[in-house]
Design a protein around this ligand. Structure first.
Ligand code: FES
Length: 164
């Protein structure tokens, strides 16, 4: 994840778009994925630029991109947590984890905390159904997570941020 703005970000967007110079509409999702991988989210500037390159309206791109829960339109927190809410994890208590994270972080799914330290989102199956509920903390997998573990997890993560 990168925290930068302005010229450097514009150059990164342009460099990625250059790789898709044919401007085919089927390139939309891989293009957005690559930009998000580089920038950590999809800023409005990227949506506008991709739209003009592929001949798609920004409304259309937002509409398609929000269909995929992998895309973020605001920067992630320093620590980003993803909670699997697929069927198996749901059956094993993922809703309780989501509720506990919302309470502990005072942040709704899909949002970033005011101080920029935390963000979390809800995703569908992470491929570890037998080990659910599954969450990731900055891409590190945690399995068999229970909602009772969340306050301690957040306490440890806050400690890491404060002492970083
Ligand atoms: S449903 Fe959560 S890992 Fe598959």
């Amino acid at each position: 994840m990168c925290w930068y703005f302005g010229q450097e970000m514009t150059e990164d967007i342009e460099n990625i778009i250059t790789k898709y110079r044919q401007g085919r509409r089927e390139d939309l999702i891989p293009l957005l994925q690559e930009i998000q991988e580089r920038l950590g989210h999809l800023p409005e500037e990227a949506i506008i630029r991709v739209g003009s390159h592929l001949g798609l309206s920004t409304t259309k791109i937002y509409g398609l991109a929000t269909f995929y829960d992998q895309f973020r339109f605001i920067p992630s927190g320093r620590i980003h947590i993803s909670v699997c809410h697929g069927t198996s994890c749901f059956m094993n208590g993922s809703q309780g984890i989501i509720d506990k994270l919302t309470e502990e972080l005072k942040t709704a799914p899909g949002q970033t905390s005011r101080n920029g330290n935390f963000s979390f989102d809800i995703v569908t199956c992470m491929g570890g159904c037998y080990h659910g509920p599954v969450i990731t903390v900055n891409d590190e997998y945690h399995i068999h997570v229970s909602q009772d573990q969340i306050p301690e997890l957040i306490r440890k993560l806050k400690y890491i941020i404060e002492n970083d």
